[in-house]
Design a protein around this ligand. Structure first.
Ligand SMILES: *[C@@H]1O[C@H](CO)[C@@H](O)[C@H](O)[C@H]1NC(C)=O
Ligand SMILES: *[C@@H]1O[C@H](CO)[C@@H](O)[C@H](O)[C@H]1NC(C)=O
Ligand SMILES: *[C@@H]1O[C@H](CO)[C@@H](O)[C@H](O)[C@H]1NC(C)=O
Ligand SMILES: *[C@@H]1O[C@H](CO)[C@@H](O)[C@H](O)[C@H]1NC(C)=O
Ligand SMILES: *[C@@H]1O[C@H](CO)[C@@H](O)[C@H](O)[C@H]1NC(C)=O
Ligand SMILES: *[C@@H]1O[C@H](CO)[C@@H](O)[C@H](O)[C@H]1NC(C)=O
Ligand SMILES: *[C@@H]1O[C@H](CO)[C@@H](O)[C@H](O)[C@H]1NC(C)=O
Ligand SMILES: *[C@@H]1O[C@H](CO)[C@@H](O)[C@H](O)[C@H]1NC(C)=O
Ligand SMILES: *[C@@H]1O[C@H](CO)[C@@H](O)[C@H](O)[C@H]1NC(C)=O
Ligand SMILES: *[C@@H]1O[C@H](CO)[C@@H](O)[C@H](O)[C@H]1NC(C)=O
Ligand SMILES: *[C@@H]1O[C@H](CO)[C@@H](O)[C@H](O)[C@H]1NC(C)=O
Ligand SMILES: *[C@@H]1O[C@H](CO)[C@@H](O)[C@H](O)[C@H]1NC(C)=O
Length: 513
């Protein structure tokens, strides 16, 4: 048997049942009125499992709903009847003062609650969201002789008074015996990978299997981009899925290309936002729930991002060889399309890698234990570490920001001859140097025959992964490609990259420093 209270804690997070009942003006009803309300509710607004309704209410009014409880379903099947009630405010009257009492939701298994709301328990909307748990404790559910458990949950929504007699609210109420229909999460669920002057790439966290293989085949998350000037637009409604989906977004999910991606660890949903302005801040809201979803969803904490100030850099992603590259690179001469630019960098890097593969085949790394260069690592580990390193150094990350550690590059002074002669950047840019971990990884994972060493003094051609400071979360101090490597500092500081070996063995005449 699951520990029910623990389960509830998990499900409800910061849920606080509200047991106090506030004094509300008496709305006395005749029996006839009551019957009418119940009957009309049964016909029109009876609530169904996980099927939220949307409704409008004017100030001082009360709306009534009922939910037929399935006594053989839900979490509390044997011991307790549990019904989750959640709500969203979609719109509210303009100019409502902060902390003003919002809509109230009353609920009870006792129909007397429709006569007098005070018989019910009450939960208030806060930041556009409400949640409550209606439960019948063990004793009352077990069918003692002659006792019938209640089968209807009565719900009333009451609007506060407002000086504007036509002030109205639009809200949604969702009821379920299994889960919260609406939810909010104050964590950011997405990461901005990079931007250029007109576009941005954003990815979610790891998706669960059920999110990847949804029965309706829709994407699990949607992104809404607002101008940064609107950052306070949802104050007082920021936990409402409904409000955010119906707000005046600059760019809505219909205009944002989205797909699954495996380029980082795990499977994530990727958003490519285009049509942005240079040097501009934006605020993004990601919600769980596909475009047009009607079954409810989750709203996450908004995130901000900033575009680059000019077109020196171009955002590329979806490379076939360097699959983990999803960042801005020096824009090649002639300003080719994203597809051409990514092939230019990717093809070149793949060709260099082919040379390395041939060299690796001449080293007996997968042979008998005593001839293995390391007791843990295989040729594959070396090949992967080398690939990550090669992608990081051959596909430099570009920025127009001047952040500590970034290296200023004039158009004819790129990282290597490939950049200068083939890419031929047209503008001055800053290079985000590869993280030194990328270098440590090849030293650690590759046969010593290769003579890989990393530089002793930084910054040189690498930089550390350090905090770039408040407001700079979008701008990493170094460019990371590949798996995170734990740094063993005592050893790491002594290493020097043996460029001579590298140049001869792997890169022909191109310097990679
Ligand atoms: C509500 O109405 C009932 C019956 O008319 C009355 O007994 C009760 O005192 C009233 N409550 C309030 C708070 O006015
Ligand atoms: C809805 O109608 C059914 C059948 O007519 C009845 O059993 C049930 O109690 C009604 N629900 C409410 C809330 O009145
Ligand atoms: C009640 O729940 C059970 C188990 O989930 C389900 O099989 C049954 O169809 C439900 N009954 C109604 C009336 O929805
Ligand atoms: C609203 O409530 C919060 C927290 O209780 C408080 O910090 C804030 O000052 C209040 N705002 C107003 C306008 O009263
Ligand atoms: C419903 O509430 C009223 C008022 O508190 C009470 O008199 C009545 O006994 C309750 N009915 C049930 C079935 O508990
Ligand atoms: C009163 O509310 C209505 C509907 O929300 C709105 O159109 C109207 O402008 C409001 N009047 C005032 C004086 O705020
Ligand atoms: C994402 O999933 C991958 C593989 O399923 C796992 O290795 C990785 O640690 C996960 N990342 C996070 C942040 O949970
Ligand atoms: C909404 O705002 C409140 C108060 O400012 C904050 O506590 C909450 O975390 C915010 N919600 C989200 C989803 O970020
Ligand atoms: C870029 O390539 C992708 C797939 O490889 C294709 O779907 C898309 O149409 C191409 N875009 C342009 C502008 O050619
Ligand atoms: C990259 O290589 C592919 C396949 O080898 C080829 O079709 C494409 O034209 C090349 N692109 C560039 C820009 O060199
Ligand atoms: C970048 O910032 C550093 C430190 O703030 C400063 O010394 C340097 O001149 C700046 N470079 C450019 C090109 O603005
Ligand atoms: C960059 O390209 C534009 C046109 O493509 C050209 O007019 C300009 O002179 C170039 N700038 C540099 C620094 O090469």
């Amino acid at each position: 048997m699951i520990n029910l209270s623990l389960l509830l804690l998990l499900l409800l997070g910061c849920f606080q049942p509200v047991f106090s009942i506030i004094q509300i003006d008496n709305d006395t009803l005749s029996d006839f009125d009551l019957a009418q309300r119940i009957t009309s509710n049964n016909k029109s607004t009876g609530l169904q499992e996980f099927t939220p309704i949307i409704d409008t209410i004017v100030q001082s009014d009360v709306k009534y709903y009922s939910f037929d409880v399935n006594t053989t379903s839900g979490l509390g099947e044997f011991y307790e009847l549990l019904v989750f009630i959640t709500g969203n405010i979609c719109t509210q009257p303009a100019g409502i003062p902060e902390n003003d009492t919002s809509l109230a939701v009353y609920y009870s298994f006792n129909s007397s609650m429709f006569e007098d709301n005070e018989y019910g328990q009450m939960s208030l909307f806060s930041d556009g969201y409400m949640q409550a748990l209606a439960d019948l404790p063990i004793g009352q559910v077990q069918t003692t002789e002659g006792y019938q458990p209640p089968t209807v949950l009565y719900i009333a929504v009451r609007a506060p008074e407002n000086t504007n007699s036509s002030a109205s609210w639009t809200y949604q109420i969702g009821v379920s015996q299994n889960d919260l229909v609406f939810q909010w999460d104050d964590r950011e669920w997405v990461k901005v990978l990079d931007t250029d002057d007109t576009s941005a790439i954003v990815v979610t966290g790891n998706l669960s299997i059920s999110e990847q293989y949804r029965r309706d085949k829709t994407m699990p998350y949607s992104l809404y981009v607002y101008s940064y000037g609107m950052k306070d637009y949802f104050t007082g409604l920021n936990n409402s899925w409904c409000a955010i989906r119906n707000g005046p977004a600059l760019i809505g999910p219909d205009s944002i290309a989205t797909s699954f991606t495996n380029s980082l660890d795990g499977t994530r949903q990727q958003f490519v936002v285009t049509g942005l302005n240079a040097s501009t801040r934006y605020i993004g809201y990601v919600v769980a729930g596909s475009i047009g979803a009607t079954t409810g969803g989750v709203v996450f904490h908004p995130f901000t991002f900033e575009t680059m100030e000019n077109d020196a850099c171009q955002l590329i992603y979806g490379l076939e060889f360097c699959t983990q590259v999803a960042y801005s690179v020096p824009r090649p001469q002639g300003d080719p399309s994203v597809n051409i630019t990514k092939q230019l960098y990717d093809n070149y890097t793949e060709n260099l890698y082919t040379n390395f593969s041939k060299a690796l085949q001449q080293i007996p790394c997968d042979a008998k234990p005593d001839s293995v260069f390391s007791n843990m690592k295989t040729c594959n580990d070396c090949a992967n570490a080398y690939k990550d390193w090669l992608c990081a150094v051959m596909i430099p990350r570009c920025s127009t920001k001047n952040i500590t550690g970034y290296q200023l590059r004039e158009p004819n002074d790129g990282r290597n001859a490939f950049i200068n002669d083939v890419v031929v950047p047209n503008k001055t840019y800053f290079e985000v140097l590869p993280c030194v971990n990328t270098c440590y990884a090849i030293v650690r994972d590759c046969p010593s025959d290769f003579g890989f060493l990393c530089p002793t003094k930084l910054p040189m051609s690498y930089f550390w992964d350090v905090d770039t400071g408040e407001g700079n979360e979008q701008w990493p101090s170094c460019n990371y490609v590949g798996k995170v490597v734990a740094i063993q500092s005592s050893r790491a500081f002594k290493l020097v990259l043996n460029y001579g070996v590298l140049l001869v063995l792997l890169l022909g005449s191109y310097s990679v420093i």
